[in-house]
Design a protein around this ligand. Structure first.
Ligand code: NDP
Ligand code: GDR
Length: 331
């Protein structure tokens, strides 16, 4: 049985990828960072927590990564762990650099020192494009990150490319544009909105404070995007790919869709809080996934309207069961 190791298995993408790889017959190991409270609610939600093997470790601790690889003996390592919230990266820039930037080097070194034949996936991001220099961003678009998070990710991206070129390692970077789901963290704007829609609909909240609602994002569904990660590691040669839908939508329009689904108008509830504006913003992201279409045969399957409805439905359920839900207890 082939084994895979996922760092960030307790995150949104980690949980969906674990389920996807289990479906493909992999033995799935995940790195579990020590926290004061349990963070496995997403694995519980997908009902797979007993099917994966969790190994304690941290991206900033090289020895724990080497140990995890020695135990799991994976053929593939997916590096999804990160301090992934852009907003926090201005509050904790050094921690963000240590985890999201240097952490990638630790994983690559752990692989190089144990079994350099292991195939490696790095979770790169459209945030690396930042200040947009081309209307549609592809693998060839120059990078200009606009947050400490984006800068840290750019280091992770280039060190992965460098290990491929220096040591011939099979290292791929997926430059993924925003992707969402009912398992999305509450701090990200789609989930913040769908959670508020549920609370307002059920009479538990009256307003929703947001920052820049004119920002545009190319939003896809996380469940579709994890397949692209796996496909990259099944190719003859390691390469980098943009994964996106090719459509962009304002935060404002996303709000309209979410509120209208429950018969409400976002204008009646959304207030703008200037404190939620970022020190530097990425105004618009729009990905060109043509290379992934052509070489991986990958396609996004779920529309923005579909997954926003899924998220609102999930949040309505959670809010209704509040107080009893182990999921809510941990977010
Ligand atoms: P999440 O924030 O949901 O998950 C991040 C994961 O990283 C969690 O499992 C978290 O553990 C883990 N983690 C954080 N710090 C450490 C550490 N020091 N050592 C080990 N593990 C750690 O992110 P997503 O699932 O949304 O994203 C997955 C990856 O893809 C991230 O690298 C993200 O930056 C990147 N990405 C995401 C996109 C998106 O739209 N979702 C788009 C492009 C890239 P814990 O649960 O214990 O905190
Ligand atoms: P992003 O996602 O920064 O693109 O990073 P987020 O959902 O946080 O923000 C998207 C856009 O919405 C605007 N916005 C707000 N954002 C949040 N979080 N909260 C608000 O109240 C709010 N109001 C407006 C933001 O300014 C921004 O323009 C995500 C993460 O998953 C990264 O890890 C990943 O790399 C990128 O997507 C691609």
């Amino acid at each position: 049985m082939k084994a895979a190791l996922i760092t960030g298995i307790t995150g949104q993408d980690g949980a969906y990828l674990a389920r996807f790889l289990l479906g493909k017959g992999y033995q799935v190991y995940g790195l579990l960072a020590r926290r004061s409270t349990a963070t496995t609610w997403r694995l519980d939600e997908l009902d797979i927590v007993n099917q994966v093997e969790l190994l304690e470790g941290d991206l900033t601790d090289l020895s724990s990564l080497i140990r995890a690889i020695q135990i799991a003996k994976p053929v593939e390592v997916y590096n999804l762990a990160a301090q992934s919230f852009v907003g926090t990266s201005w509050e904790q820039p050094i921690l963000t650099a240590q985890i999201t930037g240097l952490g990638v080097l630790n994983v690559l070194e752990a692989i190089r020192l144990t079994d350099p034949g292991i195939r490696f996936y790095q979770a790169s991001t459209s945030e690396m494009f930042g200040f947009i220099q081309e209307p549609m961003q592809s693998e060839k678009t120059p990078f200009y990150p606009r947050s400490p998070y984006g800068v840290a990710k750019l280091y992770g991206h280039w060190i992965s490319v460098n290990y491929r070129e220096s040591f011939g390692m099979f290292a791929c970077s997926g430059i993924l544009f925003n992707h969402e789901s009912p398992l999305r963290g509450i701090e990200f704007v789609t989930r913040k909105v769908t959670d508020a829609v549920a609370r307002i609909k059920l009479g538990k909240q009256t307003q929703l404070a947001l920052g820049n609602i004119d920002a545009k994002r190319d939003w896809g569904f996380a469940g579709d995007y994890v397949e692209a990660m796996w496909l990259m590691l099944q190719q003859q040669e390691a390469d980098d790919y943009v994964i996106a839908t090719g459509h962009t939508t304002t935060v404002r329009e996303m709000c309209r869709i979410a509120f209208e689904y429950v018969g409400l108008h976002y204008e009646d509830y959304v207030v703008i809080d200037p404190k939620l504006y970022r020190p530097a913003e990425v105004d618009i992201l729009l990905g060109n996934p043509e290379k992934a279409y052509r070489k991986l045969g990958w396609r996004p399957r779920t529309s923005l309207e579909q997954f926003i409805r899924m998220m609102v439905d999930a949040d309505l359920n959670r809010v209704r069961n509040e107080g009893f839900s182990p999921i809510l207890a941990s977010i």
